[in-house]
Each structure stands twice: as C-alpha cells, then as structure tokens.
Design a protein around this ligand. Structure first.
Ligand SMILES: [Zn+2]
Length: 303
C-alpha cells in the first residue's frame, strides 16, 4: 500500500488551520472568555463557531482582519512541541471541548520572540510560519444558535478569488449605473432614488386627479346592502382609493367600489363592521373594522 499526499490540498488546509488559531486569538481581544464551539478547516476555507451573545460590528470585523494580516506579514514562527497535559495547562494553552487529552499533548505556539500570540493544544497540521498563509479575509458572520456565532473566512488564494468576484460585481454596477468609477456609485444611487421619489409623487398626484375626475363623472347607485355603489375601470389603483372615497362621501355609512374583474373595496363607518359584511356574503379578502378588500366573483350577488 502506498500513501499519497495531495500536497497542494494539504498545504491549503495548513494555511486555513493556522489562520483558525489566529482568528481565535483575535476574537479573545473582544470576548476574553469566549470558547470555541466547533470548527471546520478545509482548503483555504475555515468556519469557526464560538460562544458569545453579541455579534461583532463591521468595524470590529475589519479590525480582526487587519490584526491577522499583520501577524501574517510579521512572519511569526509556528512551533510544535509535545509536552505533558499538566505542563500545557500551566502554560494556559487553550484546550477545547473539555476533551480528555492524552498524557502528552501537542502544543502549537505562534509567537513573536517571547511574546506568545497563540497557544493551543492541537493535533492538526500547520504551516511553520504565519507568512505562509499569505492573506486572510472574513467572508461572513452569523448567529447559528442561541449564544453561538459563526465566522467564515478564507486564506490565500481564495482571498484573491473573492477580490476578483467583488471586483466583478462592482464592475457590473459601474456599467449598469453608467458611472466612471466605484467611488461614484453611491452618489448615482442617491440621485436615482431622489428621482424615483419625485416620479412617484408626480404619478400619485396624477392618479389622484384622474380618480377624482372619475368619481365626479361616474354613476352612483345604492341598494339594500350599501349606501353607495361604484363600478370602476379595471386599471383603478386601489391604494389611494379609501381616502378619496371617504373625502367624496363623508356622510355615507357603507360604500362598495368594485371593478369588472371583481376586485372590490368595502368601506364602512364605525356603526357597522366591514368584517361582518365580508363574512355575511362569504367574500374572500382581507379586512379591518372599517374596510375590506379582495377579489371575488361572489361580489356580483350583492351589487
Ligand atoms: Zn488546531
């Protein structure tokens, strides 16, 4: 039997694993008592779950990213030593999951001369110097369970892949928004949103005008069920209709407006409940105490 090691893949996992230890150290700067709740190390990919109630802010995540990339740039040595479990405990090394470790354990230390950056008991495979990680970036942070947060991060070369993906997204936004550079995107979006607001208010006032003219000219009826009945065209926008109808018919107890595709609006005053009318005639739709709206052919039986 021959054991073959896929070197590039193994090296990619080593980068991610050592970066996981650095991430754990960085997190303890914000949450000194946090403990690891689980982790997954894959090729230049790492997922780290930890106990805490609060999510980190965007600024804090950026700071963690900077610290880790600084440690990478510093080319800190990663040393592996086998020591007794008691010795490791005395050194304050992080041992996870309250696991029963063997008598002798492997201590992974990342240090700057005598200054210890990270010390963890771990049987995983690691790079020998942080410079070999090359780069680190956080992809996401989320709450996965009560009191447990998850960070997903990449190491080189997935960092570059992510940079390219982000750049592709930015480039398509630059094209769609017809601006010269990404710094102009925000200004353009703000300008477009303002224009949209203006257009919306113009179209609303136009629509109100059209509806008012319609209400002036339309034939009004009444029957045993409603004081005012109006048949409106199918294109009628029902959104501004309730306030307009109440303005037009202030002394009416019950109003029914419907279109030829059987969309309806029922308005009542407090003397009668709109809900009771829809229940009485078994009309489909939503209601409040003084209004009901929906679409139902059964409306034909009450007009
Ligand atoms: Zn480890």
């Amino acid at each position: 039997m021959r054991l073959v090691i896929d070197s590039p893949q193994r090296y990619a996992k080593m980068r991610a694993h050592t970066a996981t230890h650095l991430l754990h150290t960085a997190l303890t700067k914000y949450f000194p008592n946090t403990k690891q709740a689980g982790s997954l190390v894959d090729s230049d990919f790492l997922r780290f779950d930890f106990y805490t109630d609060a999510l980190l802010s965007y600024e804090q995540l950026k700071e963690i990213e900077t610290w880790i990339n600084d440690w990478i740039y510093e080319a800190l040595p990663v040393s592996l030593t086998e020591i007794s479990f008691d010795e490791a405990t005395k050194l304050g090394a992080k041992a996870f999951f309250e696991e029963k470790y063997w008598d002798s354990v492997r201590l992974i230390r990342i240090h700057r001369d005598e200054d210890c950056i990270s010390a963890e008991l771990c049987w995983g495979t690691h790079v020998s110097n942080t410079r070999e990680i090359w780069a680190f970036t956080i992809i996401s942070q989320e709450a996965v369970a009560s009191g447990i947060k998850r960070i997903i991060a990449y190491t080189w070369p997935k960092v570059i892949e992510k940079l390219h993906t982000d750049q592709d997204i930015l480039n398509s936004q630059i094209q769609i928004l017809d601006v010269k550079s990404s710094t102009q995107i925000w200004d353009k979006i703000t300008k477009l949103l303002k224009e949209l607001e203006l257009l919306k208010s113009h179209s609303e006032s136009l629509e109100n005008k059209v509806l008012s003219q319609l209400l002036d000219s339309i034939k009004k009826r009444k029957n045993a069920n409603f004081d005012t009945i109006l048949e409106l065209p199918e294109w009628t926008n029902f959104k501004p209709l309730p306030s307009l109808l109440r303005q037009y018919f202030p002394d009416t107890n019950t109003i029914l407006a419907y279109t030829t595709d059987w969309t309806y609006l029922i308005l009542t005053d407090w003397s009668i409940s709109a809900k009771s009318i829809t229940q009485k005639f078994q009309l489909k739709g939503g209601w409040s105490d003084t209004s009901a709206q929906g679409k139902d052919t059964k409306i034909t039986s009450i007009i």
